[in-house]
Write a protein that binds this ligand. Sequence first.
Ligand SMILES: Cc1ncc(COP(=O)(O)O)c(C=O)c1O
Length: 357
Amino acid sequence: MEFELDKLLRENIKKLIPYSSARDEYKGKEGIFLDANENTNGAPVSFGKELGLNLNRYPDPLQLDLKEKLGKIKGLPIENIFLGNGSDEAIDILFRAFCNPAKDNVIVCPPTYGMYEISAKINDVAVIKVPLLKETFQLDTENIIKSINENTKLIFFCCPNNPTGNGVKWDSIKLILDSFKGIVVIDEAYINFASYRSLIPELLNYPNLVILQTLSKAWGLAGLRVGAAFAARQIIDVFNKIKPPYNINVVSQKLAIEALDNLEQINSWIKEVVAERNKLAAELIKLPFVLKVYPSEANFILVKTNDPAGIYQYLAENKIIIRNRSSITLCEGCLRITIGTKEENKQLLTTLLNYSK
Ligand SMILES: Cc1ncc(COP(=O)(O)O)c(C=O)c1O
């Protein structure tokens, strides 16, 4: 299926001449900078200087140093990377780039990450829901393909999926990529915990593929708000045209660069989380009120119980907070539990052992 970016983009975005910031126009690092109306005296924050942060100066609009470092880890050139204020920013930009409000639609496969639908609603874009298959939580490819119409611009898959935790079969994703001429978005927020690899190499084969990742999960930087979209250069250029000029602040850029140097620490945490996840799953299924523990490729597990509200409340009273997902499509009775530290998981299990309805 031929992909033509120009036909897919909104007219206003195609015509848009993006804002050109001071830091876009002069890229040198040395000199007396009187071009951005900053406070040239400095910033009244003591630790700023200690950390080598120029808080009184606007950040690099394209985050080139951070992208270079991330690109080395991901095996991607800078031109194929967009960085956003969390991957939630990338999700929102996809809507603003491709979906005409009150006209176009997107396909999502519930139960899945809620922001695809919320972003659609904020942008006044219709959502076609094609639920995952019961119990296996795999894609209903036949119905997805049937649901595509001339106004379908984006299809979202979350892999591993939140809140179910499973991976999505490559054959199913490939079938959609081969038969849809809009944008296919694969959200890999939890990929570091999966037993399979990222679809990044497929970017070479599919110009309509957008992969989302984030530093909020395995990288331990949810508070920094740094997410990424990986795609063909023409799509990344569109992201950069739309984003606010300085969307990743100075602190986040600096600290994220430092974090990316600690790959060994991250890999060791990932191993630990995966081992804890498997241990916790094996223990949870022994509890009398647990009906099913769904297999997980992520840093959380979905657990079907006979009393989700009661268990949630009981744990909250014991200062253990989990997520009650029982009101969500296909998740009746389900609780989602993030994998904690060894100690936290032990405490969770001990507390649950004392639960009685
Ligand atoms: C599947 C998925 N995608 C994206 C996000 C948001 O990530 P970020 O913190 O980068 O905005 C989340 C957060 O929970 C998520 O579960």
